[in-house]
Design a protein around this ligand. Structure first.
Ligand code: ADP
Ligand code: AMP
Length: 210
């Protein structure tokens, strides 16, 4: 399985990706996590740090290079799940080119769909444990009292609203790109985590339109 998960901020991409990757023993690859890790190590260009802080995209060539390198890893031989990439049509097209060159085409693209107000509530109340990387939600999945919580700078409400605008303007076009080649599966992301997981698993098993 070579998969991509698409969806607005807070749609549940990371949450569902973690469950699917543990179940199928494939790596979860998040460009957002890779960029944040580079930032933490002080290795990210200040212009990219600024773009992320505003909720803007980093340039396509930066993330394409990250994904090209990362998916060559030995742990990706049996498959992988890309979470938060591609976010533009040029990224989707570059991914197809790199994977077809390796004779390992993408299996499916899954879009998690939620309304904007839920997207804001999910992202603004998201907290991550610095020590374990585990994501929590202050309302839906409260952290244990001893968690060392981090609030992402781009999960402030005004930035989340901008990220939703960027999603609608740029990433929404990626859905028809995959629809045309019959690889897209749309999944309702509203409901508790286990309920959404059931839908994700069923969407990944069924042909389009079934
Ligand atoms: P994304 O990766 O799409 O930005 P996450 O998976 O990090 O989204 O989820 C955003 C927040 O919403 C997290 O705090 C997570 O714990 C919470 N969350 C994810 N899925 C659900 C769900 N189905 N119901 C309630 N809260 C959820
Ligand atoms: P995420 O963790 O997926 O929400 O991504 C956090 C931020 O990282 C985004 O708001 C962008 O600034 C940047 N980013 C992550 N993935 C991409 C991508 N595929 N293309 C452009 N920017 C990205």
């Amino acid at each position: 399985m070579r998969l991509v998960f698409l969806g607005p901020p807070g749609a549940g991409k990371g949450t569902q990706a973690k469950i699917i990757c543990e179940k199928w023993s494939i790596p979860q690859i998040s460009t957002g996590d890779m960029l944040r890790a580079a930032k933490k190590e002080g290795k990210l260009d200040p212009q990219l740090v600024e773009a992320m802080g505003k909720g803007a995209h980093v340039p396509d060539e930066v993330v394409i290079r990250l994904i090209d390198e990362r998916t060559k890893g030995a742990d990706c031989a049996k498959g992988f799940l890309l979470d938060g990439f591609p976010r533009t049509v040029p990224q989707a097209s570059a991914l197809d080119t790199m994977l077809s060159g390796r004779k390992q085409p993408l299996t499916k693209a899954l879009a998690l769909e939620i309304a904007d107000e839920l997207s804001i509530e999910r992202a603004v109340l998201r907290r991550t444990d610095r020590r374990t990387g585990q994501a929590y939600h202050l309302k839906y999945n409260p952290p244990p009292p001893d968690a060392d919580l981090e609030h992402r700078a781009d999960d402030q409400e005004d930035v989340v609203r901008n990220r939703i605008c960027v999603y609608r303007a740029m990433t929404a076009e990626v859905l028809p790109y995959y629809e045309k080649s019959e690889r897209l599966r749309r999944v309702d992301g509203v409901g508790d985590v286990a309920e959404v997981t059931k839908r994700v698993l069923s969407a990944l098993k069924t042909p389009e339109g079934a």
